[in-house]
Design a protein around this ligand. Structure first.
Ligand code: IPM
Ligand code: MN
Length: 365
């Protein structure tokens, strides 16, 4: 029997409770699809600061290094908000782990079942069939990581600088990810930039255009300025299929995409890098998009779907278990659309617990 080796980093807030349910579902899926789970748990984020004095401890890094994927909960919370920004869990755990494993491709599906369309802040007549798009975001370049990056004194005042940098090779490798995503969808990519202002965007547009012409002439490529894209996403999200962009634009647009898809409790994500094993599938970090939700942590009422769907993405991308991934995604859809719902998506249905939501999904499977 195939054994899937991954690191489990539940993190803070609702992370551990939704992770428990996700692991139960992965185990049950393995029994049916003939794989076993070989995972090791480690601290990340606030809990790692408490236990090890740092948000991304060396011991956690080692466990991830020895794995083929990382199933991630979420990090951060009020307890650590008074720390200097650079030491806070989000910046001191998430950004370094992305960089440490070169997780350059962030894949965020924006999926809203039509049955849940009232969860969206958009008028339901704009999204009669729900929403189904995906955002491909470059994750290890751009203004997040460019140098120089500092705060200094000059002529009696404080000055801060961030630098936006892109290399051709960085743009080409993420372009390939957008192409791969488009192939299994509507073969349509909208590349988002600010080429009317930014040098990095002029390069982005040129490289993307040439790369697609050479490697994916059958994919329909369009370009859009980021301000317009933000507007179009709110006006008519389904005009997009694959939304493809650089790091910071992707950060902003993927949050907008998240909110129009209703509950963050439903949105999974994958951050992918190069393969580092004999499976030749991407190493990846899989995490829900919703964060630690400190207001409801510990109450057993959080929506586990995003964590479960992140687990499904892990099966698909890092382990090639497509049938098992599809089975989980179908089971989540069928449980939710037939009325099993946590509070964030209840809308008049009775709100059930995290654990009960997991049981409903298991039953649907
Ligand atoms: C995200 C988050 C992170 C980012 C933060 C927490 C560093 O907002 O994953 O989108 O900006 O990338
Ligand atoms: Mn973000």
């Amino acid at each position: 029997m195939k054994s899937l080796k991954f690191a489990v980093l539940p993190g803070d807030g609702i992370g551990p409770e939704v992770m428990d349910v996700a692991l139960d579902i992965l185990k049950a899926t393995g029994e049916r699809y003939n794989f076993s789970l070989e995972y090791e748990e480690a601290d990340i984020g606030g809990i790692a600061i408490d236990n090890h004095g740092t948000a991304f401890p060396e011991s956690t890094h080692r466990i991830c290094q020895a794995s083929d994927a990382i199933l991630f909960g979420s990090v951060g919370g009020p307890k650590w908000e008074s720390l200097p920004p650079k030491e806070q869990p989000e910046r001191a755990a998430l950004l370094p782990i992305r960089k440490a494993f070169s997780l350059y491709a962030n894949v965020r599906p924006g999926l809203l079942y039509s049955e849940l369309s009232e969860a969206s802040p958009l008028k339901t007549n704009r999204i009669p069939n729900g929403i189904d798009i995906v955002c491909i975001r470059e994750l290890t370049g751009g203004i997040y990581f460019g140098q120089p990056k500092s705060t200094y004194e000059e002529n009696g005042e404080t000055v801060a600088i961030d630098t936006m940098v892109y290399k051709t090779s960085e743009i080409e490798r993420i372009a390939q990810v957008a192409i791969d995503a488009a192939k299994s969808r509507q073969k349509k990519v909208c590349s988002v930039d600010k080429a009317n202002v930014l040098e990095t965007s002029v390069l982005w547009r040129k490289v993307v255009t040439e790369y697609f012409a050479k490697h994916a002439p059958d994919i329909e490529l369009s370009h859009m300025y980021v301000d317009n894209a933000a507007m179009q996403l709110a006006r008519d999200p389904n005009q997009f299929d694959v939304l493809f962009t650089e790091n910071m634009f992707g950060d902003i647009l993927s949050d907008e995409m998240g909110v129009i898809c209703g509950s963050l409790g439903m949105l999974a994500s994958a951050s992918l890098g190069a393969s580092k094993n004999s499976l030749e599938l991407p190493f990846g970090l899989y995490e829900p998009s919703g964060g630690t939700a400190p207001d409801i942590a510990g109450q057993g009422i959080a929506n586990p779907c995003a964590q479960i769907l992140s687990g499904a993405m892990m099966l698909r991308y890092s382990f090639g278990e497509n049938d098992a991934a599809n089975a989980i995604e179908n089971a989540v859809k069928s449980a939710v659309t037939s009325g099993s719902r946590t509070g964030d998506i209840a809308f008049g249905n009775q709100a059930i617990s995290t654990k009960a939501m997991g049981d409903a999904i298991l039953k649907a499977m």
